[in-house]
Design a protein around this ligand. Sequence first.
Ligand SMILES: Cc1cc2nc3c(=O)[nH]c(=O)nc-3n(C[C@H](O)[C@H](O)[C@H](O)COP(=O)(O)O)c2cc1C
Length: 457
Amino acid sequence: MPKKQMKLGAFLYPTGHHVAAWRHPQAAANAGSSIAHYREIAQVAEHAKFDMIFLADGAGTRGTEADLPALSRTATRYVAQFEPLTLLSSLAAVTSHVGLVATATTTYNEPYHVARKFASLDHLSGGRAGWNLVTSTSPYEAENFGSGGYTPHAQRYERAREFADVVRGLWDSWDDDAFVRDKESGVFFSPEKLHVLHHKGRHFSVRGPLNVARSPQGHPVMVQAGSSEPGKDLAAATAEVIFTAQVTLADAQSFYRDVKGRLAGYGRQWDHLKIMPGVFPVVGRTRQEANDKFEQLQDLIHPEVGLSLLQATGGLDLRGHDLDGPLPDELPPTEGGKSRQQLLIDLARRENLTIRQLYLKIAGARGHWQIVGTPADIADQLQERFEGEGADGFNVMPPYLPGGLVDFVELVLPELRRRGLFRTDYEGPTLRDNLGLPRPAIGGWAPAARAFEHAAE
Ligand SMILES: Cc1cc2nc3c(=O)[nH]c(=O)nc-3n(C[C@H](O)[C@H](O)[C@H](O)COP(=O)(O)O)c2cc1C
C-alpha cells in the first residue's frame, strides 16, 4: 500500500501572516489590491501541487477611528483586500488543478446566495471549489449589517446548522443528467430530475431549486473553522476539512480524536474528514538564518501595533508605560477574556518580560503554531504531528508573500517528498480527487439541524 501522504493548503493573507509582513523588503505591500500578486502566488501553489489555496474573510475592518494609531500601521485586519469568491473566480481562470477555498459567513449571508456562488465557482473552475463555513464573532462586522450588536454564540451555531443544510439541499436541486437540452424534441431539462427543496425552518424559508446545474463535484468541499462544542459537532456533521489552530501536539491529538470520534454518530467515515491545523513556518537553510529571518520581521512591529495586540488579546492597556520596563503592578481587570489576560500577566511575570518582549512573544503567528527552523526541523515537526494522528495535513501560513511561500516550496517540500510524505503530482482534476473525498450522492447526507434536534430531545 502506498504511504499515506499529507494534504497541504496555502493560506493566503494578502501580504503574509506576520503582523508586520507588509513592511518586509520582499513583501508585495500592495498585495490586497493586486490581482497580479495573487495570480503569481496561486500559480506557485499549483506548481508545487498544493491541494488548495485558502482565503479567510471578514466583512469589516477590525477597528474603529479610536484604533487608528495601530490600525493605520497594519495590513492584517481586513483593511484592504478582495472579496474571496470574486478573487477565486478570477484565479480559476489562470490555474487548472489547485483547489479554491473561500470563507463565507453563515451569520450575514443568505444560504441561497452562498449555494449559488459556490456552485458557480465549482463549474467555472472544473470542480475545485470549497466553502469555508464560519460564524462571525466580530463586532466590527455586526456594525456593517445593521444588527446593532452581534448574535450570541448558540444562536449563531443554530443558524449555521440550518444554513449548511439548506445550502447542501440546494446543491442537490438537479440530477447530474437533468439538462438534456434536446433541440430536436424541445426538452431543455427532464422535469423528473429536478428536486425542489421546499425548506421551511426556524431561520430560513427557501423554496428552491438552485438556478445552477449540479456542479462537477456534486457539492463543493465543505470546510469549517470553529472549535467549541457546537463547532466540533457542526464539523462532525457537515465538514470535510477542518481548519484548526492547535499549537501543541497533545492539543492537536486530543482535538483530532475528539472530532473524528464524533463522525460515526453522523453515519460518516473517519477518513472523510481531513483535519488541517494552521502552521506558520519560518524557513532558513540553517537555524541561524531562520532565526534571523524571524527577527527581521519582529523588528518591523511598530510599538503601536504591539500594544494593540496586548489590548486585543488580553485586554491589557499598557499605553504610556515604558516599553522596556516590566508590567505595572496594578492592572485593571478586563471585561473581555479574563483567562487570556491572566495568561499574559503570568507569562510576563514568570519569564521576567518587558512590555516589548511580551508583545513580541504573542505577535508573529497571531496565535497559530509557529516553527522557526531548517527544512529538516520543519519536516520533522509536521511528520510527527501527521504520523501521530494530530493532523491529516496543514494549512501553511507564509510569514510574508510571495517569499515565504517560495521558501516553503523550495526548501521544505523537497524534504517532505524525500520522506514520501507529499505528492509529486495531482491525483486528479478536482479538489475531491486530491483530498480523497467521495462525491456526495443526492440526498446522501444526514441533515445537521435534524441530528441536533434529536440530540436535544
Ligand atoms: C482556525 C480558525 C479560522 C477561522 N477563520 C475565520 C474567518 O476567516 N472568518 C471568520 O469570520 N471567522 C473565522 N473563524 C471563526 C469561527 O467561524 C468561529 O466564529 C469562532 O471560532 C468561534 O466559534 P468557536 O467557539 O466554535 O471556535 C475562524 C476560527 C478558527 C478556529
